[in-house]
Design a protein around this ligand. Structure first.
Ligand SMILES: [Zn+2]
Length: 711
């Protein structure tokens, strides 16, 4: 079979995604490759398909047991024999796998890096009885100390390859973008003249939103109410918050489980499976959860706290929508998040082994990353653009699918306000923080202002008519754009910069985007959200097809069939068929085997296994729809037909109204701004709080390193 036939026959897809075919072609020609692809771009097909076409065995090096398990069950479900070798096998299972491998049973074997250099495995690999035609290194960034997940065991991969009698093709894959990590992968794995393929980091199916609500919990519950029945992850910064949020949600009747490094191994495993098998809809977790989780139907990721940097954020948020279906990534920001993260940076035990100079450099780098993360929460520009720029890509300034793009902004001239604010900073000889400056220009009559004699400042009371939240926005804008700076000590004193003069003396104009004052804020925000938000319907419509209320019912029925089969097969439901495949089924409404095979994601093997059951479900639904129609027609052909049409129409309108009332997508412009200004964040920066946990949430989870500890 050719790669295209394999893609269709086993995996049920008609076409390759960006970059896949180039990488596959190069591998088949015997050339090393490096694929840098975002999560969900279909990395694994790039080595799985050539593995089936090459003679001999492809070894896939993978860092995590859960990841291997998932991949192997995926392959088994489509009819491809594959196995894994890691510490979760008993000795008897291990030897059995090796025996079967020698007999040529598996074209693909997943191996933990620690196993490669073990005596048994070397004997197997070097025996001459087996041919290893490719070594595929998944999560290849683990070789780099500059990466986020450095694993010393990855350094042994190249020793292993060098011992093989014939050098196999080496392919490496990662979702980490930075140039330094990329170079490290090529050097350390000693890739030979590799074809490097970087596909875009943009994930168009993900909606990005930032909110800074006064009551985070209530905002989140409101969100969850509107996403009932959907699978989602809620990330919290500390174990304590995980516990609080989880137990509160359970009390309110949500289907929730939890995950953090403080739980026992068995509870973690159990909870993780509950989530993967859709027995629990919502996972509340620290960042310990997620690596190696390949669940494709996660519909939302809510960050209850801001994570420590953009790398973590994009990785965690990116666990939503791996199946390519519309999904949402919502960040709920609070000033305290900065304090907590700062604390983790200051008390990072990993840094203790470093010499003082290096430690200072590492901490400064981490602070800078945290700062960029904080700016993400405050920007008025397109959020997707901000993310892509962070990773060195240039997107358009408007994506139409983030909370900023969907907010109504207007460009406002703030030159006068800026001149007075900067003038006030200058005339008090750069001695005070933001609060004093703002109180001064507003003419506040407080003891503090009188003590500092700021009531005698020439700018005292000059901006008495401008609301405080607006002044803060302008202040933030001036800081973000380098017209003012804040000292890095605990006092966060506002200072002039080289650019300040331009506004004070040279008549430079300042304009900024401000959220438009809405007459009915919820409605306006909701309406724009409804317009841009792509639900299942939106996606179907984009593909030129209609996704009706009735199709939603069919989707639920198909989902029930899927759950049933997943239970029988003892695999997670998304491994049976992804949400995307079910959605496509609702649109195509296949009546025959051939039509079913046209559905994206339905291959021959899966069809033979359970295709008929889905077909039967679709047909039962279609028959009942016809029955309803016939019923109407029998009563009164003309008028009832009209009614039926009206009914269909009405349900669409209701749906629109639902979106209109959707208050999730409000912007950062509100009176609550005082509570979470950038200045609060910047002040919080330098004063780490002792109330937070010292360890845990900030660190990778030990259980995820199971394979590391086995050597
Ligand atoms: Zn946008």
């Amino acid at each position: 079979m050719t790669q295209y036939e394999i893609l269709k026959h086993y995996f049920g897809y008609d076409t390759f995604r960006d970059g896949q075919d180039v990488l596959i072609q190069n591998i088949l020609e015997g050339r090393d490759v490096l694929g840098v692809m975002p999560t969900g771009a279909g990395k694994s097909l790039c080595y799985q398909i050539p593995a089936l076409m090459m003679d001999g065995i492809t070894l896939v090096i993978s860092p995590l047991i859960s990841l291997m398990k998932d991949q192997v069950s995926n392959l088994n479900q489509v009819g491809i024999l594959a196995a894994y070798i890691n510490s979760s096998l008993t000795a008897a299972q291990y030897y059995k796998v090796l025996d079967l491998a020698r007999a040529g049973r598996y074209p693909i074997i997943y191996v933990a890096p620690e196993r490669l250099m073990s005596e048994d495995f070397l004997r197997f690999a070097l025996s001459g009885q087996v041919k290893i035609s490719m070594v595929a290194v998944d999560e290849a960034h683990c070789v780099s100390q500059w990466g986020q997940d450095f694993r010393p065991s990855y350094l042994k991969i190249v020793d292993f390859i060098n011992q093989l009698p014939v050098r196999p093709v080496v392919s490496a894959f990662t979702a980490t973008a930075t140039a330094q990590v990329r170079d490290d992968i090529i050097d350390i794995l000693m890739l030979r003249n590799p074809q490097v393929m970087t596909t875009g980091f943009n994930r168009p199916n993900l909606y990005f939103g930032v909110q800074s609500p006064k009551d985070k919990y209530a905002t989140m519950v409101n969100y969850l109410e509107r996403h009932k029945g959907e699978s989602g992850i809620i990330y919290c910064l500390t174990r304590k918050v995980v516990e609080e949020v989880c137990s509160q949600l359970i009390r309110e009747g949500f289907s929730v489980t939890r995950y953090h490094a403080g739980l026992s191994d068995s509870e973690r495993r159990h909870n993780q499976e509950d989530f993967i098998y859709d027995r629990a809809q919502i996972m509340v977790a620290t960042n310990a959860f997620g690596m190696g989780i390949d669940k494709s139907n996660v519909r939302f990721v809510v960050h209850y706290n801001m994570p420590k940097n953009m790398e973590s954020y994009y990785q965690e948020a990116g666990r939503a929508g791996r199946d390519g279906e519309p999904s949402e990534c919502i960040l709920l920001y609070g000033g305290q998040d900065v304090v907590t993260n700062q604390f983790f940076i200051d008390h990072n035990q990993d840094n203790e082994a470093l010499d003082p100079v290096t430690r200072e450099i590492v901490m400064e780098r981490d602070r800078e990353r945290l700062r960029k993360m904080t700016f993400y929460c405050f920007t008025n520009e397109c959020l997707r653009d901000y993310i892509l720029r962070y990773f060195g890509e240039y997107g358009s300034n408007y994506c139409g699918n983030c909370s900023n793009c969907l907010s109504q902004f207007e460009t406002v001239d703030v030159t006068d306000i800026s001149r007075i604010l900067i003038g006030c900073v200058e005339s008090c000889r750069q001695r005070y923080g933001t609060n004093v400056i703002i109180d001064t220009v507003r003419g506040a009559n407080t003891a503090k202002i009188r003590n500092y004699r700021m009531d005698e400042n020439p700018h005292y009371g000059e901006l008495a008519k401008v609301p405080a939240y607006k002044l803060r926005q302008v202040m933030n804008h001036l800081m973000l754009n380098g017209y003012l700076a804040v000292t890095n000590d605990e006092y966060a004193i506002v200072k002039l910069t080289g650019k300040s003069k331009g506004i004070l003396e040279e008549g430079e104009q300042v304009a900024m985007k401000m959220a438009r004052e809405a007459e009915h804020p919820a409605k306006v925000a909701g309406a724009s959200a409804g317009k841009g938000r792509k639900g299942r319907k939106g996606l179907a419509a984009a593909g030129g097809a209609e996704f009706t209320e009735a199709d939603e019912t069919l989707f639920e029925k198909l989902r029930a069939v899927r759950t049933e089969i997943a239970k029988e097969e003892k695999v997670p439901p998304y491994i049976v068929f992804s949400d995307k495949t079910l959605t496509h089924m609702c649109i195509v409404k296949p009546a025959t085997k051939a039509e079913m095979l046209d559905v994206s994601g339905v291959g021959e093997f899966k069809y033979e296994k359970y295709g008929e059951r889905f077909l039967a479900c679709v047909q039962a639904e279609m028959n009942s729809r016809h029955a309803i129609k016939d019923n109407y027609a029998a009563r009164d052909n003309h008028s009832v037909k009209g009614n039926y049409a009206n009914h269909e129409k009405k349900s669409h309108i209701e749906d629109e109204m639902f979106f209109e009332g959707d208050d999730l997508y409000f912007t950062s412009d509100s009176d609550e701004f005082d509570d979470w200004s950038l200045e609060t964040a910047l002040t919080a920066w330098e004063c780490g709080s002792q109330e937070n946990e010292s360890r845990g949430a900030g660190r990778p989870d030990p259980i995820l390193r199971t394979d590391q500890s086995e050597q």
